[in-house]
Design a protein around this ligand. Structure first.
Ligand code: NAG
Ligand code: NAG
Ligand code: NAG
Ligand code: NAG
Length: 294
């Protein structure tokens, strides 16, 4: 190889590396009118899909998944999603089970309860075994903590117990979706375990630390606070995919790509953008208009 060719190969690799620095994570599952999981992944725009939500767990309850109109878990109907999860994974998309959400009945009563929930998640959604798996035999890539209700207690235990299963073979990802006020009231202690791979922060419904049309400083300062404080591998900017997707915090696509992303990409920890949700992304075309710049 001539020196010239070598040089241009290195340059090429450097450019490719820069252009794939970020990925998009999307929440799928809370609106039956959004695209199927297969089509979501076929779009090629998402690096992570968070299945939303397992919104009942803890306190000795039998956990329950809720994928809105996509399928009915009460009649074991969500196993149809299993082949779609595998299809997504073949395309290189990581598929996470998101636990929690804004509506549900969940909390962890004790360390023992956290251990039991971890075991349930392992056996029913990850590499373990169970007589009936709600999403069939697909093995999810990990668990996403979107804890928005109830008590902050024992999520650090749940993270530790889950991560302990990760030693058995393939990597299990742990991700979390805290609110932008730092530290997060419900997930702060869990995040301090340093066990989380990706943290996608909700920079919406939180005026003091999000984007407002006349003020980008609150968002940028909050980003710096999070990226310098939280010991996670990657930090994502979590945003509403359309103005109607949240009470506040929507950033027009051109403002995001021209002004916000160049600023926040200065952090080594920048991982990309998280969007709520697939349904709203389809209404607005948001991911399509930002994906090349993320
Ligand atoms: C999703 O795609 C996979 C691979 O092509 C296929 O096996 C599966 O049946 C599809 N599922 C649905 C619901 O279309
Ligand atoms: C939540 O679950 C607990 C324990 O199973 C139960 O006592 C309580 O009534 C439930 N609350 C709601 C709102 O469903
Ligand atoms: C971690 O997993 C090992 C088996 O892989 C088990 O023996 C040990 O008890 C587990 N530790 C905790 C804290 O669950
Ligand atoms: C933003 O600034 C403009 C012009 O100064 C003003 O008219 C508008 O009310 C401000 N908007 C908000 C949300 O503060």
């Amino acid at each position: 190889m001539t020196l010239n060719l070598l040089f241009s190969s290195i340059l090429f690799l450097a450019i490719v590396k820069n252009s794939i620095a970020g990925g998009i994570a999307i929440y799928w599952g809370q609106n039956g009118n959004e695209a199927t999981l297969n089509d979501t992944c076929n779009s090629g725009r998402y690096a992570y899909v968070n299945l939303a939500f397992l919104n009942k767990f803890g306190n000795g309850q039998t956990p329950e998944i809720n994928l809105a109109g996509h399928c009915n878990p009460a009649v074991n109907g969500c196993t149809i999603v299993g082949p779609e999860i595998k299809h997504c994974q073949k395309l290189g998309v990581k598929v996470m089970l998101s636990i929690g959400g804004g509506v549900g009945n969940y909390s962890l009563a004790s360390k023992k309860d956290a251990k039991d929930v971890a075991k349930y998640l392992w056996n029913n959604f990850l590499g373990g075994r169970s007589s009936f798996r709600p999403l069939g035999n697909a093995i999810l890539d990990g668990i996403d903590f979107d804890i928005e209700l109830g008590s902050p207690l024992h999520y650090e235990d749940l993270a530790k117990y889950l991560k302990n299963y990760s030693k058995r073979g393939r990597k299990m990802y742990l991700t979390a979706a805290p609110q932008c006020p730092f530290p997060d009231r419900l997930l702060g202690t869990a995040l301090n375990t340093k066990l989380f791979d990706n943290v996608w922060i909700q920079f919406y419904n939180n005026p003091p630390c999000q984007f407002t049309p006349n003020n980008t400083d609150n968002l940028k300062n909050s980003w710096i606070r999070w990226t310098t404080s939280v010991k996670a591998k990657r930090i994502f900017l979590g945003l509403p995919a359309a103005p109607q997707a949240a009470g506040s915090g929507f950033i027009p696509a051109d403002v995001l790509t021209e002004e916000i992303l160049p600023a926040i990409k200065k952090s080594r920890k920048y991982g990309g953008v998280m969007l709520w949700s697939k349904f709203w992304d389809e209404q607005s075309g948001y991911s399509a208009s930002i994906v090349k710049r993320v």
